[in-house]
Design a binder for this molecule. Structure first.
Ligand SMILES: [Mg+2]
Length: 374
């Protein structure tokens, strides 16, 4: 089997989980000479980053791998790393490699007639509990509590509250509001569902505010606090970790193994976000996950884009003994529910990786065309 061509698509859509703001991504179809195609994604998100990712694929990775056997995923990954040595080790090159690597894994699994996770060895989880990964963008605390209560009633086992997001909410802009939100939610859903808080890029706490706010939230038994500080602030994260009791989550903005190893060695992080559409694909993800598993920390796949990324993240999660849950965007949107025939969802709070060959996300050509931008 030989790689015959690569076709990237830049898609733009209104995301209901992001208050209907426009989001963008790059999907990639890799074609072979035997008629099998695989799909990958690079979560480039910004127009210029999407175009640059396509330029690296079209100008570099596609000609590099033309005629190669796509089932030799490891060798192809090494060749892409070697090719991008000067401008790689993160950034656009990592995004481009992610899309190609994900598509090659899809092809390899389809050719083997197996679900992707079967190529990663023994499955660690038959199912994972579903976490509603939401952006808090509702006008009032009551609105957020009512939405999340609905998700829990629908079966979701936990909820992750993304603060500082676009939309009508004060969340992430006023620590008193954030604490009141968590308190009201805990009262509404009871003791059982886990509540995670994701401060993230839009919330700008200094170290004192981060610690004080988290300690107040701990009285409502939060499961973890994610990205309380700027992700480059290792000293801050160490001080934060020493001052709180809850688990500390971070990592989703790293690009590869070296960055994650620094965080593992820092001892400041318990839950590592990893995005296979960013960290040089499933191959990169597995190297990182192995290091996290060895350190007895938690792997948490980041998958907040299309069903292609969700598929890859899900197979990688069920294959990792260090995964404890799987995040889904709770509001059905076009990139999860229209793009593919068999959307990824939970069954009474359990998420299972599909057993059809490949990663199981097969974008529909007409939907790709509908959302594609030139
Ligand atoms: Mg996050």
């Amino acid at each position: 089997m030989k790689i015959k061509g690569m076709q990237p698509f830049i898609l733009a859509w209104q995301e209901p989980n992001d208050a209907d703001y426009e989001r963008m991504t790059v999907l990639l179809r890799v074609d072979t000479d035997v008629g099998i195609s695989g799909w990958g994604e690079a979560i480039a998100m910004w127009p210029e980053a999407c175009k640059a990712t396509v330029a690296v694929i079209d100008g570099g990775l596609a000609p590099l791998l033309a005629g190669e056997d796509p089932r030799r995923v490891g060798e192809c990954w090494q060749a892409m790393k070697a090719h991008t040595w000067w401008y790689g080790e993160g950034g656009i090159a990592a995004l481009a490699i992610s899309a190609v690597d994900m598509a090659l894994w899809d092809i390899a699994a389809k050719d083997a007639g197996k679900p992707l996770h079967a190529l990663f060895g023994e499955v660690a989880h038959q199912t994972l509990p579903a976490c509603a990964s939401l952006h808090v963008n509702h006008p009032t605390i009551d609105d957020t509590v009512s939405a999340v209560s609905g998700y829990i009633a629908d079966g979701f086992r936990s909820a992750k509250l993304g603060l500082g997001k676009r939309g009508a909410s004060q969340a992430g802009r006023d620590p008193d509001y954030d604490v009141a939100l968590v308190g009201a939610l805990r009262e509404a859903v009871g003791a059982t569902p886990d509540i995670m808080v994701d401060a993230g890029n839009g919330t700008r706490w200094d170290i004192e505010t981060a610690i004080r706010t988290t300690r107040r939230m701990e009285t409502f038994a939060i499961k973890w606090m994610e990205e309380p500080l700027h992700p480059g602030d290792e000293a801050g994260h160490k001080a934060f970790k020493a001052a709180v009791h809850t688990l500390v989550a971070a990592g989703e903005r790293e690009w590869g193994l070296a960055g994650y190893q620094r965080w593992i060695e820092s001892g400041a992080v318990d839950v590592f976000g990893i995005d296979p559409a960013r960290v040089e694909g499933p191959t990169g993800f597995r190297k990182i996950a192995a290091a996290i598993e060895s350190a007895n920390k938690i792997v948490n796949a980041h998958a907040w884009s299309t069903a292609v990324l969700t598929a890859a993240s899900l197979h990688l999660s069920v294959a990792s003994p260090a995964a404890i849950l799987f995040e889904l965007k709770p509001i059905p949107g076009p990139m999860q529910f229209d793009l593919v025939d068999q959307p990824f969802w939970h069954d009474n709070g359990s998420v299972q990786a599909p057993d059809r060959p490949g990663h199981g996300a097969e974008p529909k050509p007409d939907v790709v065309e509908r959302y594609r931008i030139a």
